[in-house]
Design a protein around this ligand. Sequence first.
Ligand SMILES: O=P(O)(O)OC[C@H]1O[C@H](OP(=O)(O)OP(=O)(O)O)[C@H](O)[C@@H]1O
Ligand SMILES: O=c1cc[nH]c(=O)[nH]1
Ligand SMILES: [Mg+2]
Length: 212
Amino acid sequence: METLVVDHPLVAHKLTVLRDVQTDSPTFRRLADELVTLLAYEATRDVRVTDVTVDTPLSPAHGVRLARPAPLVVPILRAGLGMLDGMTRLLPTAEVGFLGMIRDEGTLTAQTYATRLPEDLSGRQCYVLDPMLATGGTLAAAIRLLFDRGAQDVTAICLLAAPEGLAYLDGEFRGSGKPVRVVTAALDERLNDNGYIVPGLGDAGDRLYGVV
Ligand SMILES: O=P(O)(O)OC[C@H]1O[C@H](OP(=O)(O)OP(=O)(O)O)[C@H](O)[C@@H]1O
Ligand SMILES: O=c1cc[nH]c(=O)[nH]1
Ligand SMILES: [Mg+2]
């Protein structure tokens, strides 16, 4: 599994404000949106393109367009929804599938409550959006589902990752023969006893949308 921690002063600045407990929900939403666009720039470095020629006003010019089938972007509800607009701004022709997943805060296991994805993902490049990679249980379940439907490769874009979650994903997908990448703004220290990322930013869903 490949992990990329995006090292850029704008990313670090926005992430610092995002972490701040004083940051309100509207600002949190705007920063999450801006951050995902910066991360998506790196995450899409291997997006498939095909060669094309266009006519400029002066002459033909060789270039590329995004290949078909279009990439599939999959936000994991609820918190991943806060990353969708920032991603589709960069990849407007991508299709969007949805996964509703919630972590049982007692057992720290992920439960899937909604699946709205194409049945056949053969040959598709998939981009999963979830701000928090903590134990990795949620993301692993999402990636398994996409591979079971034939996805070619999966890139997860996370705002924060914990070492425990990255190690879990690596163990799950190493040797699977399917490429998995994680692109994140920061690799934090650890998980606490409740499975929260430390220092982290708290509960991403609650900070985006309020406590439910
Ligand atoms: O790596 P894990 O240990 O599985 O935890 C991470 C998951 O927890 C959070 O979602 P949550 O279950 O709080 O749902 P929400 O988005 O509805 O708030 C987060 O957005 C991830 O999906
Ligand atoms: O730190 C964490 C861990 C799981 N889910 C969150 O929203 N935050
Ligand atoms: Mg939550």
